[in-house]
Design a protein around this ligand. Structure first.
Ligand code: PLP
Length: 231
């Protein structure tokens, strides 16, 4: 098992390098976030042994449990799931990054609750680039106002934007949704925000996301295997 996680990570790294090269991008310009949701702390340890340091979690309780169990390791925890206001404190105290900011109220709570002993929480605003009603994220036309407000909060550092596109076989549609996020990011930079992160691309669409300008891919299945939610 530990071998298979190590091999899978190596394979994903090679895919990232190939996609960087194919897109004419600098080697190492895309970071790998290993999404460990639903997998036990032992799986995180295996990836850690293979050199992986950044891990993504979707569920607050699970983040809390793994971060506490693995507190001795030098892990950078990224919270990437939907966040309700009654759970913000745990995230503010535990995570290094939050990718899923979609409302100012949540961002304000995170900023207020971020302990002074920790560096500012690194955050991305999540944008609903597909317009699907079921999807998290702010509407594209609200992204600028939200990003500017988040960037002004004292205990948060806005790093960029995040999206989860519509699952589709249609390569053009997918490219259009990735391009929209990249375009919004450019608009925010033009508006004066110093942003360096475009969080997009998962196991199935890493290469397309990298071609479209992703700087951080969030990869679960390709590293840890298929998820079983009711274990
Ligand atoms: C689960 C999840 C991922 C990883 O998806 P895979 O298809 O398993 O790579 C990435 N981002 C978010 C927000 C997720 O919830």
């Amino acid at each position: 098992m530990s071998d298979s996680v190590a091999h899978a990570i190596e394979h994903v790294r090679q895919q990232i390098h190939a996609a960087e090269a194919a897109a004419g991008r600098e080697a190492g310009s895309v970071r790998l976030l290993a999404v460990s949701k639903t997998f036990p702390a032992s799986a995180v340890q295996q990836a850690y042994a293979a050199g992986q340091r950044a891990f993504g979690e979707n569920y607050v309780q699970e983040l809390q449990a793994k971060a506490s169990e693995l507190a001795a390791l030098d892990i950078e925890w990224h919270f990437i799931g939907p966040l309700q206001s009654n759970k913000t404190r745990i995230v503010a105290e535990t995570a290094h990054w939050v990718h899923s900011i979609e409302r100012l109220k949540i961002a304000q709570r995170l900023s207020e609750q971020r302990p002074d002993s920790l560096p500012p929480l690194q955050v991305c605003v999540q944008v609903n680039v597909s317009g699907e009603a079921s999807k998290s994220g702010c509407a594209p036309q609200e992204a600028k106002e939200l990003a500017l407000a988040v960037a002004a909060l004292p205990r948060l550092q806005l790093r960029g934007l995040m999206c989860i596109p519509e699952p589709t076989e249609d390569a053009q549609k997918l490219a259009g949704q990735f391009a929209l996020l990249q375009q919004l990011q450019q608009e925010l930079r033009t508006a004066g925000l110093a942003l360096d992160t475009v969080s997009m691309g998962m196991s199935a669409d890493m290469a397309q996301a990298i071609a479209a300008g992703s700087t951080m891919v969030r990869v679960g299945t390709a590293i840890f295997g298929a998820r079983h939610y009711h274990s």
